[in-house]
Ligand binder design. Structure first.
Ligand code: GLU
Length: 306
């Protein structure tokens, strides 16, 4: 009985470079949330983009997480090794009659006169939804595959951002689950991986809040339970810049040379409202006083001296 109620969180880094403090912050909150309730963390490398990711970066990431005191209980196979698994779920969606091939080119998609989502994708107008056999045969290229979405509102109560909802038909449109080159996309892979690993709580940056309804829809289709979601605010540098992997001065490679892990955790906790005093603290000590209620919702100005 106890096992069923153990919270399971996850770290799902993309091993494409050194973590910056925004990544560290999201992992810290994911870790604190489950560890404060004696839960477990599953680590998974999101390396679908094999051009940008590498095993070397994955190893540096593991070392950096451990150095920070953010450990995990199990590591599951990286996404690049799980195409067979995604194939099975893809077939399941196909058998349900929910997939169709899409031949739209990138430039066609970008010229679509439609609002675009925060992650840069466009509301797909359904161009290829009803192509005839003959129309499909006339294309001389391989298609991407899209899943049809219903006109239905998906609601969630985010642990950090509060109530959020999206109607997939008007806010997103039919979305791609497999690219023309055969690579599965993030939305499908992440849904399958989280469910197979028994993840009950997905904590990540607020830039991915708009993806949650698509993942909830896939969970519903594939018979997976919905996890809880917590989308933490983005960090901005002391000078107002949004943190990115390009800013070497705030990545772990630089910070590890100049700061102790406890100083970094303390700065993140103080800047985000998790702690009311500015002092060094370990992740483990911080877990004792963790509460989602303390956490800021809006962009966080990082308070750290470099
Ligand atoms: N791999 C994604 C990233 O590094 C995170 C995906 C997720 O947490 O769902 O930004």
């Amino acid at each position: 009985m106890a096992a069923a109620t153990t919270p399971v969180g996850r770290f799902a880094p993309t091993p494409s470079g050194r973590m910056h403090l925004g990544n560290v912050f999201a992992f810290l909150v994911a870790w604190l949330s489950v560890k404060s309730r004696n839960g477990a963390i599953v680590l998974r490398m999101e390396d679908l983009d094999t051009q940008r990711t590498s095993a070397e970066f994955a190893e540096i990431l593991r070392q950096d997480l451990l150095w920070l005191g953010l450990d995990w209980d199990a590591e599951t196979a990286p996404q690049s090794q799980r195409s067979d698994v995604y194939d099975r779920y893809f077939s399941q969606l196909e058998e349900m009659g929910l997939l169709y091939p899409c031949y739209c080119t990138r430039s066609q998609l970008h010229s679509v006169n439609a609002p675009h989502l925060s992650d840069g994708t466009y509301v797909y107008p359904g161009t290829c939804r009803n192509l005839s056999k003959a129309e499909k045969a006339a294309f001389d290229r391989l298609p991407a595959w899209r899943v049809k979405v219903p006109a239905k509102e998906y609601h969630l109560t985010d642990l950090c951002q509060g109530p959020f909802s999206q109607d997939l038909s008007t806010d997103c449109g039919d979305f791609v689950v497999r690219r023309a080159d055969g690579v599965y996309v993030y939305q499908l892979a992440v849904t399958v991986d989280d469910a197979e690993a028994g993840v009950t709580e997905v904590v990540r940056g607020v830039d991915l809040l708009g993806s949650a309804p698509r993942q909830m829809y896939l969970q519903e289709l594939l018979g997976f339970p919905h996890p809880a979601y917590g989308h933490v605010p983005l960090l901005v540098a002391p000078d107002g810049r949004r943190l990115s992997k390009r800013d070497k001065d705030l990545d772990l490679g630089f910070l590890r040379l100049h700061k102790k892990a406890e100083e970094i955790i303390g700065a993140l906790a103080y800047s985000s409202g998790l702690m009311d005093r500015s002092e060094a603290i370990s992740a483990k000590e911080l877990a004792a006083e963790f509460s989602w209620k303390k956490l800021e919702k809006d962009n966080i100005q990082l308070q750290i001296t470099l």
